[in-house]
Design a protein around this ligand. Structure first.
Ligand SMILES: *Cc1c(COP(=O)(O)O)cnc(C)c1O
Length: 376
């Protein structure tokens, strides 16, 4: 059996090596490393794929979030609502800009931001909501957009984990994740669903004015060279990454299908295991399984299980072991342990199994049999 990896980027590369190598060589020969034609072409192709008016490539997914908040013109003291159960980047950029992160608990089934929590935390200072499409499924965007419209708030979708997912509104309209709010952001970190071979990120919007502003901000706030209209940053997608991403974008739907195949295999194998809760999916979204995350019964010792899995050459990860309100850097008088029981419970009992585009039946059979055996 092929060695099981949490994410198997080497096997994936071997399957697309010819195209990727040619594409990278092409950039080397052109020496157009920054803002070259590959970046422009990737931007256009991603706009078409997402059916969104503007894609603005940038340096990474964290920058994308920061640039989004800068473009919205938020001021120190403004409150931004987001979830406590996410990767730190979401709250990090809020704090870095002197804005106030207002944290909300997660939904116990989908792990995405709890809608009642959003409603209950709106104040006069609230300016924006950042839902995170966690692990590959969309947050409840219809409800979030409704709240945002009622209270005149911006919505920035953190789509770093769910690129390619579809959201279906109650009237039947379907939109790609990240294209529903004012701005969507994503990351092309290598292990993400659309991963480069280094860092990368992008912003999406249908708003011409915001797009204009974000294009300036990523490039030192300038439209005309050496004339700076905004305070900006230096955040670029390089041409080699764009060349790789163009190849992988063509495979994205196929990759999402491979992830769904593995997830379905896992779901079926664990369906009658009372100690394991398999992922629930919101009725309004599909799932692109950036992570396949289970909730273990409280009777299971997670550390021991992980050790035994490792002894059997099965890697497993904890996403995320500590919710943001309990992180040292984000401790505030506002919050204490016990405030967000769902996220705290998840942090203690979730476990993520290997999930990538190259898992085969032999590996899936082995992983599921061991998991069932070790959770008896
Ligand atoms: C990966 C990730 C980011 C940050 O992306 P980088 O490219 O690593 O900066 C932000 N938010 C979420 C939810 C992520 O998973």
């Amino acid at each position: 059996m092929k060695k099981i990896q949490m994410v198997d980027l080497v096997s994936q590369y071997h399957n697309i090596k010819k195209e990727v190598d040619a594409s990278i060589m092409n950039v080397l020969e052109s020496a157009a490393f920054i803002n070259g034609p590959e970046v422009k072409a990737f931007q256009k192709e991603l706009e078409e794929y997402l059916q969104v008016k503007h894609v603005i490539p940038c340096g990474n997914g964290t920058d994308a979030l920061q640039i989004a908040l800068m473009a919205l013109g938020l001021k120190p003291g403004d409150e931004v609502i987001t979830t406590t159960f996410t990767f730190v980047a979401t709250a990090e950029v809020i704090a870095l800009l002197g804005l106030t992160p207002v944290l909300v608990d997660a939904d116990p089934d989908t792990f995405t931001i709890d809608i009642e929590g959003v409603k209950n935390n709106i104040t006069d200072k609230t300016k924006a909501i950042i839902p995170v499409h966690l692990f590959g499924q969309c947050a409840n965007m219809e409800a979030i957009m409704q709240i945002a419209n009622e209270h005149n708030l911006y919505v920035v979708e953190d789509n770093a984990q769910a690129i390619g997912a579809n959201y279906t509104f109650s009237d039947g309209t379907v939109k790609k994740s990240g294209t529903i709010g004012n701005i969507g952001t994503t990351s092309f970190f290598p292990s993400k669903n659309l991963g480069a071979y280094g860092d990368g990120g992008a912003l999406f919007t249908n708003d011409d004015e915001l797009a204009d502003k974000m294009r300036m901000i990523v490039n030192h706030g300038m439209k005309v060279r050496y004339y700076h209209d905004e305070i900006g940053v230096n955040s670029r997608l390089d041409s080699i990454q764009a060349a790789v991403l163009r190849i992988k974008l063509r495979k994205l739907d196929e990759y999402s299908a491979a992830r769904n195949y593995a997830a379905n295999y896992y779901n079926q194998a664990f369906a009658s295991n009372p100690k394991i809760k398999t992922p629930a999916i919101g009725t309004y979204t599909d799932h692109v399984f950036h992570q396949y995350t289970l909730v273990l019964d409280e009777s299971i010792n997670r550390d021991e299980l992980r050790e035994k899995l490792a002894e059997n050459d099965i890697p497993a990860m904890i996403y995320y072991p500590v919710p943001l309100h309990m992180q040292k850097a984000y401790k505030s008088e506002r919050y204490s342990e016990g405030d967000f029981p769902v996220s705290e419970h998840l942090a203690k009992h979730v476990i993520s199994l290997p999930m990538h585009t190259e898992l085969d039946d032999e590996q899936l059979a082995y992983i599921t049999a061991k998991m069932n055996e070790l959770t008896q």
